[in-house]
Design a protein around this ligand. Structure first.
Ligand code: ZN
Length: 219
């Protein structure tokens, strides 16, 4: 069963909660999918059963078309936040890691065309592999985090949290106005450009520059 871990592999004493995600938070990714900039944060949820450890081999659904990587900065929440005040946010963050918002892109395209919700494309079992988390006190500036994904040693995604349309604390504040965040919940902060299909046997390297780099592969 999934448990939140720190980057040394120690269990963090917080339950595995829901995952609240934001779509379209980086302009370069909005452009690559020919989407429009939303006037407010585009939010969706993955259930607890989506969480898994990214260093375990990734299991992709079969027979449902392409499954895309979306590498994102993940924020682990440690305090309950309901309609949070700005001053509450920083102390409610346990730390930061990386996550893959695995997305069945062909399924999502069909759902979008029909105006239907995205859960079939984004909330399936094991759709949210996450790294260990770096505690917030070790991160000098969460809005200056460089991160990258290599697939079979080729760079596929390279991002920096400085380019988010909704900065992390503002995003968490907005989320808390709609969904109460509980200790152990995770907030995903959107993907930069470079999404693309993953396949069996692919080797992935996820890096949060200055903090960690880890490897995994697709089953
Ligand atoms: Zn995403």
């Amino acid at each position: 069963m999934y448990q939140h871990l720190d980057i040394k592999g120690n269990v963090i004493a917080l339950p595995a909660g829901k995952v609240v995600c934001v779509g379209r938070n980086y302009l370069d990714h909005i452009e690559e999918l020919n989407n429009t900039v939303p006037d407010e944060a585009l939010l969706f949820i993955k259930p607890t059963t989506a969480l898994c450890c990214v260093t375990e081999p990734l299991v992709l659904p079969s027979g449902l078309g392409s499954c895309h990587n979306e590498l994102e900065i993940a924020v682990l929440i440690k305090n309950r936040l309901t309609k949070a005040e700005p001053a509450e946010i920083k102390s409610a963050i346990w730390g930061y890691g990386l996550a893959l918002d695995l997305t069945l892109r062909d399924v999502q395209d069909k759902l979008k065309a029909k105006g239907q919700p995205w859960e079939r494309a984004k909330a399936f079992d094991l759709s949210c592999p996450v790294s260990g988390f770096v505690s917030a006190d070790k991160i000098s500036d969460p809005q200056q985090l460089s991160f990258s994904l290599r697939v079979n040693k080729q760079i596929r995604q390279q991002g920096n949290s400085a380019f988010m349309l909704h900065a992390i604390e503002q995003l968490i504040l907005e989320v808390s106005n709609i969904f109460t965040l509980l200790p152990g919940d995770v907030v995903l902060t959107g993907t930069p450009k470079g999404v693309g299909p993953l396949g069996s046997g692919d080797q992935l390297t996820l890096s949060l520059l200055g903090y960690f780099s880890l490897e995994t592969d697709v089953l």
